[in-house]
Design a protein around this ligand. Structure first.
Ligand code: SAM
Ligand code: SF4
Length: 333
């Protein structure tokens, strides 16, 4: 056993998100430009490298692993990787999860459950088919709803992640909440973050502060603040009338970095210690330099020693500050 990863602010790093591809079958307006330049395949970590890397982190105390992208289920061989990594479940790893747009879930849900995945996060911002097509540009709502149904049928718990978008899903707030309640899905709202160039889309036009969303919810439901923390940035309320739990990820209106326990690795092996900072460490070089993991572990440890306190996103003064040049699909949301 190696000593666990503890950052300079005494936060134990127990949660890793790994992006397995920068590609996607959707082009969500807040995430990608319509015509994206994707990375050359040779730059991507191979499935074997992704397994080695995940295994090294688990050896250093990571207990929760989330596979993301881009769209993780469009990476060829992804199910094989998940099966490989699942050998650590119950042997260091507590949870193996996935964030997906749901488009390929119908095909993979049963196998995911068989592998030992218990929960998936599905991104779904609207229940209106036309709006869905407009937000995702290339996505179709029925396909995603079918995927979500397949996941539920396979026994997976589904958490819906919805980005709060002014002029888009603000009119559907109660409907989305009720649908999740009826279907038994957890629900978390996310503020749109300044990640990457969007082309013609204006980020400030899309931004719907969750403080406002929360006030709108409070007109309809009694909100009970929950003390519950998952180590992540989400804060939860319970709706007294239905018992539903709703999460809020509010990087803009509130910054909850102090309890951050996570780091992210991109599909090319860059380790980002914070979603909202540029500093990163190249893990691909030590992975490719040697079949021994000692140098890889040392690189990880040195990077964790530089993990910053938090991000600098800010939309005040009607301008976007703290903007990241990389897209969310690159770092892995
Ligand atoms: N393709 C998968 C999906 O959509 O769930 C996984 C990757 S996606 C980058 C992960 C999450 O990031 C999604 O929930 C998406 O809504 C969110 N996301 C993307 N760009 C964002 C942005 N600029 N601000 C806030 N959330 C964003
Ligand atoms: Fe693809 Fe997910 Fe980004 Fe949408 S949010 S474009 S589904 S990676």
């Amino acid at each position: 056993m190696h000593p666990p990863l503890i950052d300079p602010f005494a936060r134990p790093i127990t949660y890793l998100r790994v992006s397995v591809t920068d590609r996607c079958d959707f082009r969500c307006v807040y995430c990608m430009a319509e015509h994206m330049q994707f990375l050359p395949k040779a730059d991507l970590l191979t499935l074997e490298e992704l397994d080695r890397l995940s295994t090294a982190f688990i050896g250093l105390g990571v207990r929760k692993l989330r596979i993301t992208g881009g769209e993780p289920l469009v990476r060829r061989g992804i199910m094989g990787l998940l099966r490989q990594v699942s050998r650590h479940l119950g042997a260091g790893l507590d949870e193996l999860t996935l964030t997906t747009n749901g488009s390929q879930l119908a095909r993979h849900a049963a196998e995911l459950a068989d592998i030992g995945v218990r929960r998936v996060n599905v991104s779904l911002d609207t229940l209106d088919a036309d709006k869905f097509a407009a937000i995702t540009r290339w996505g179709r709502l029925p396909q995603v709803l079918e995927g979500i149904r397949a996941a539920t049928d396979a026994g997976l718990r589904v958490k819906i992640n919805a980005v709060a978008l002014k002029g888009v899903n603000d009119s559907e707030l109660i409907e989305i909440v009720q649908w999740c309640g009826d279907q038994g899905h957890d629900l978390t709202f996310i503020e749109v973050m300044p990640m990457g160039e969007m082309g013609e889309e204006n980020r400030l036009d899309q931004y719907w502060p969750l403080s406002d969303l929360r006030a709108r919810l409070a007109e309809r439901y009694t909100l009970i603040d929950l003390a519950e923390r998952t180590g992540g940035p989400a804060r939860y309320v319970q709706l007294a009338q239905t018992g539903q739990k709703i999460g809020f990820i509010t990087p803009l209106t509130h910054n909850f970095c102090e309890s951050c326990n996570r780091v992210r690795v991109t599909c090319t092996g860059e380790l980002f210690m914070c979603l909202g900072q540029e500093d990163n460490a190249d893990l691909r070089a030590p992975l490719r330099a040697s079949s021994d993991d000692a140098a890889l572990r040392e690189t990880i440890r040195a990077a964790i020693a530089r993990k910053p306190k938090g991000h600098d996103f800010d939309y005040s003064r009607q301008a976007v500050a703290g903007q990241m040049t990389r897209h969310m699909s690159h770092t892995g949301g």
